[in-house]
Ligand binder design. Structure first.
Ligand SMILES: [Zn+2]
Length: 494
């Protein structure tokens, strides 16, 4: 048994090293690689991904896992969870014929290039056939894994364990029923709180760095760089990398990107050291990850108290920020304006964007929709929920990279993350006076609370277990709706 465990640890270690190398190369690819170097780097990424896959599905590991599982009574709690988790992963892959899995991986690599071109040329027809194939594979894989009936549920379960269309239908129905009328009310007010300001990149960068550190990101174990699309990458829990982007005419865009990615980074850095060499040393699900980034970006970053607390430092770089106009600033960073692009959406309309993608994915799985009609279906839904109509495919169906990467079932995580963040926020309020802490610049106590309740557990607890322990109940969308209603009713005086 001891020998088996030793071997198991060796394989896990090897896999973690490959994954860290992959993360490093990916980081290089996204931040500094020159155009000429891209081809080789993508080939290396492809090869290493295959190595990682082969290691995870090797007969040696599968036999080990079965053996350890038979003797699970002699494993520690963490070892048991680790074995269980890897067995499940293996089970998923086992049901898919390996040639088809390989074909699908290759297809998604090609698809990204095709998608980029189609988006640049504003032409969905260039991407149509590829997208059809991606959904075909996705449906086929779901069938191999869960039989005829499960369909889209299988894809959803990959990102949020236990998630089903039944639960999400209910979730989005609530959202639609409450938020669409709220949005209409706000729009009927015809108030525009936006203020225009320019801040040089040289002044934005130090404030972003200051804020990342202020909210709890550890620069001894992390970096903040620049990239076209902000993201977070974990090489290890002691080496977490964030990026942000800077637009001189949109000085708050960099701040919210930094806080968002900072939230992801703080989560990864906060994972307990006892998990370090295990496969449990990462965020538990994409939804919980997103709950942490959204918490810092919205609940903290878009609150008045945060800006009052940070005002002396912020005004050094953003000179127009003054104590006496924090009210105006607060309203301007919470303006509600329906827009076409998800990543630029305000806090209120964001989840409606996700609802559109969810309904489309579900419709493609159950045969209600066909890929060729997506541009029209997309535009109709955006019009129905947001009251605006995209004029081309790039600001419509072609805007997000996810489908081209084969990430089907991923989008709902964003809306679930918002709902988790509100439920966590309400639970935190019972323990802490959040407003006072922010006013006094004691945000470290907020981060400490999250460390103890969420971050330190990494993947050793599921989303469901975490939310139940933190809030005493299962995920409940009512907190998110209440939070939005209360916040925007005040701002827009509804
Ligand atoms: Zn995120």
């Amino acid at each position: 048994m001891k020998e088996k465990l030793k071997k198991f640890r060796e394989i896990v270690k090897q896999k973690k090293k490959i994954d860290s190398t992959l993360a490093l190369i990916q980081w290089d690819m996204e931040t500094v690689v020159p155009k000429g170097g891209q081809k080789l780097i993508s080939e290396i990424i492809g090869e290493l991904s295959l190595k990682s896959y082969e290691l995870s599905t090797s007969k040696e590991l599968i036999d080990l896992l079965e053996n350890l599982n038979k003797n699970k009574n002699s494993l520690t709690e963490l070892e048991r969870i680790e074995v269980e988790y890897l067995r499940e992963e293996n089970q998923k892959l086992k049901n898919i014929p390996s040639e088809e899995y390989q074909e699908f991986s290759e297809l998604t690599v090609r698809a990204q290039g095709i998608w980029v071109e189609a988006r640049e040329k504003n032409d969905f027809s260039m991407f149509k056939e590829t997208l059809e194939k991606i959904f075909e594979y996705s449906k086929k894989f779901a069938k191999y894994r869960g039989g005829e009936e499960q369909g889209y549920n299988i894809a959803l379960d990959d990102y949020e364990k236990g998630m089903t269309t039944e639960k999400l239908d209910d979730f989005f129905l609530n959202l639609k029923t409450e938020l669409v009328p709220l949005l209409k009310k706000i729009q009927s007010k015809k108030i525009d709180f936006s203020i225009e300001n320019n801040v040089s990149k040289e002044n934005q960068k130090p404030l972003s760095k200051y804020i990342a550190e202020y909210i709890g990101f550890d620069f001894e174990r992390g970096v903040l760089a620049e990239s076209a699309h902000p993201f977070t990458l974990t090489v290890s829990t002691d080496d977490v990398r964030l990026t942000s982007r800077y637009f001189e005419n949109l000085p708050f865009s960099s701040i919210f990107s930094t806080m968002h990615e900072g939230g992801h980074g703080i989560y990864e850095q906060g994972i307990g050291s006892e998990l370090k060499d295990t496969i449990l040393a990462e965020g538990t699900s994409t939804s919980i990850h997103e709950s942490q980034s959204r918490f810092y970006e919205n609940m903290i970053g878009r609150s008045k108290e945060f800006w009052i607390g940070i005002c002396p430092e912020a005004s050094k770089y953003y000179e127009f920020i003054k104590k006496e106009n924090i009210d105006e600033l607060y309203k301007s960073i919470n303006v509600v304006t329906p827009s076409f692009i998800r990543v630029e959406a305000d806090e209120l309309t964001y989840s409606l964007h996700i609802m559109v993608r969810y309904e489309i994915e579900k419709g493609l799985f159950n045969g209600e929709y066909a890929v060729e009609n997506l541009p029209e279906i997309w535009n109709e839904k955006i019009k129905e929920y947001l009251g605006i109509e995209p004029t081309n495919d790039s600001e419509g169906v072609l805007q997000d990279v996810h489908w081209s990467c084969g990430l089907i079932g991923y989008f709902p995580s964003y809306a679930l993350g918002n709902a988790y963040s509100a439920q966590i926020y309400m639970a935190m309020k019972k323990d802490l006076n959040i407003e006072k802490l922010l006013l006094n610049g004691e945000i470290n106590k907020i981060t400490e609370w999250l460390h103890n309740k969420i971050h330190k557990y990494g993947k050793s607890k599921t989303s469901q277990e975490l939310i139940k322990e933190v809030s005493g109940e299962e995920l409940n969308i009512k907190y998110y709706i209440e939070y939005l209603k209360e916040k925007y009713s005040k701002i827009y005086q509804l």
